[in-house]
Design a protein around this ligand. Structure first.
Ligand code: ADP
Length: 475
């Protein structure tokens, strides 16, 4: 940390704080996620999971991890700094994003999801605050603390606590055999929020969420209904049976026709009925008006432009002359700008996984480390930093001449060799308070301060108007 100057706080989650920092030597602006030092092991597990995924998966629409170190027992993840989040934009544009911008963002978000799903990864926490947006409009999915490999048939997942409002009905009902469709459900909720400015299923408890799902989306399938009826949590509770309009455009009248079709395809109660990310990318919403043909070169140009600015991306190394990404470190399936199926290229599904080449450099004190105790101001707090104390282990993601066993990461946290399969997530606490939590954000694992504020804002039109007016006046 002594190599970085702290510029301010950009995010606060349940598991850590994200600080905007500047590298003292290179001037590079980064975001450093500092995990809390909590007694529970869950923080380390979340961090280890995130590191493992970010080490393995690289895509233009996923956030880049630069290095990892532990200091004063706290795990630090250093990311490329990305300007803002979709949530920030929604706070500014209270009535939702303009349609052209929305389509460009959704296309990129879907590319990231398709890439993960093609690699059998589910993100499990898709929401506006986890979509970073660069100044030139490149979106990057972040927060892989809940990402995991798809379970093999018959395997079950451990329960986990992700943000409630975007949880699919099978997750709310703790159906242990969920999969990729949970990301598609979350995406459907997020699309409505991005288009209208309002979250679609804000809820204060699991029952509240289920009730809203039934009222606004559809009745439970017989399978989900049977889980619901048997659940001790919901004993004595009967959900209404609702007649929903069959036409997506009548069901979602606030959305433009094709967007309503997309949302309807995402928000299917039965996960098996939900559209896939690949099919979404082929949807008319994206294919009409030659959008893809026009947007791909634009996106490629922006990516190359940003790569020039961010020295660590090193465009000459990562991109061939034609703009194709030449990722020597690619894992199982790459979905870079011109290899994805959307623009007619055959998927490289048969490609066997390549070893992840990770160079681990152990640096006592780090290169150029100051060997005297040094004080750094962190958001008003003085953090005494003794550089001599720091066993600063750097993990550099680059092409290595001699790869080190990637199963042991630089933190000394052993990576799970079973691709996340045995990493247990904290169980959802099945208490009755879960049903009737009065605080809307009480069970949000990723409630940062901005999120909490916004939830309040969106609960009341009046507050929203006040906020909007204040912003307009101030600007
Ligand atoms: P947590 O897991 O603790 O919720 P996240 O990874 O979701 O942490 O990050 C929390 C917030 O920090 C994000 O919503 C975003 O505002 C900010 N943030 C995260 N990563 C970056 C980044 N690379 N660049 C800029 N801001 C970031």
């Amino acid at each position: 940390m002594e190599m970085y100057e702290t510029l301010g706080k950009v995010g606060e989650g349940s598991y850590g704080t994200v600080m905007k920092c500047k590298h003292k030597d290179t001037g590079q602006i980064v975001a450093i996620k500092i995990f809390y030092e909590k007694p529970e092991k869950s923080v380390n597990k979340i961090a280890a999971r995130e590191i493992k995924f970010l080490k393995q998966f690289h895509h233009e629409n996923l956030v880049n991890l630069i290095e990892v170190f532990r200091q004063k027992r706290k795990i630090h993840l250093v990311f490329e700094f990305i300007d803002h989040t979709v949530l920030d934009e929604l706070q500014h544009y209270c009535h939702g994003l303009e349609s052209k911008r929305l389509r460009k963002y959704l296309f990129q978000i879907l590319r990231a999801i398709e890439y993960l799903h093609n690699n059998n990864i589910i993100h499990r926490d898709i929401k506006p605050e986890n979509i970073l947006v660069s100044q030139s409009g490149i979106t990057k999915l972040c927060d892989f603390g809940f990402a995991r490999t798809l379970a093999a048939p018959g395997d079950v997942y451990t329960d986990y606590v992700a943000t409630r409002w975007y949880r699919a009905p099978e997750l709310v009902l703790k159906d242990t055999s969920y999969g990729k469709p949970v990301d598609i459900w979350a995406l459907g909720c997020m699309i409505i929020e991005m288009a209208t400015g309002n979250p679609y299923l804000p809820s204060s408890s699991d029952l509240d969420l289920l009730h809203k799902i039934v009222l606004k989306v559809g009745n439970l399938t017989p399978h989900l209904q049977s889980i619901f009826s048997k659940s001790p949590i919901f004993t004595g509770v009967v959900l209404p049976q609702v007649q929903h309009p069959k036409s997506p455009r009548k069901k979602y009248p606030k959305l433009n026709g094709l967007l309503a079709d997309i949302v309807h395809a995402c928000l299917q109660i039965d996960p098996a009925e939900r559209i896939s990310s690949t099919d979404l990318l082929h949807h008319e919403y994206f294919t009409r008006d030659g959008f893809i043909e026009k947007f791909i070169p634009e996106l490629r140009a922006k990516i190359l432009q940003e790569a020039k600015v961010n020295s660590f991306i090193k465009p000459k190394e990562n991109f061939k002359e034609n703009g194709f990404k030449k990722d020597e470190r690619k894992i199982i399936y790459t979905d870079t700008l011109l290899s994805t199926s959307v623009w007619g290229k055959e998927m490289e599904k048969e490609k066997k996984p390549k070893d992840i080449k990770v160079r681990v450099i152990k640096v006592k004190g780090g290169k150029g480390a100051i060997l005297e105790p040094k004080k750094t101001q962190c958001e008003g707090r003085h953090c005494q930093q003794d550089a001599a104390e720091i066993a600063h282990t750097r993990l550099v993601i680059s092409e290595p001449p001699n790869p080190v066993n990637p199963s042991t990461n630089s933190l000394g946290i052993k990576d799970d060799p079973h691709a996340g399969g045995s990493m247990m997530m904290p169980p959802i606490n099945l208490t009755s308070s879960n049903l009737m939590a009065s605080n809307p954000s009480s069970n949000l694992s990723h409630s940062n301060s901005r999120t909490r504020w916004r939830r309040v804002c969106l609960m009341s039109e009046q507050v929203k108007v006040t906020k909007w007016q204040m912003e307009t006046k101030g600007s």
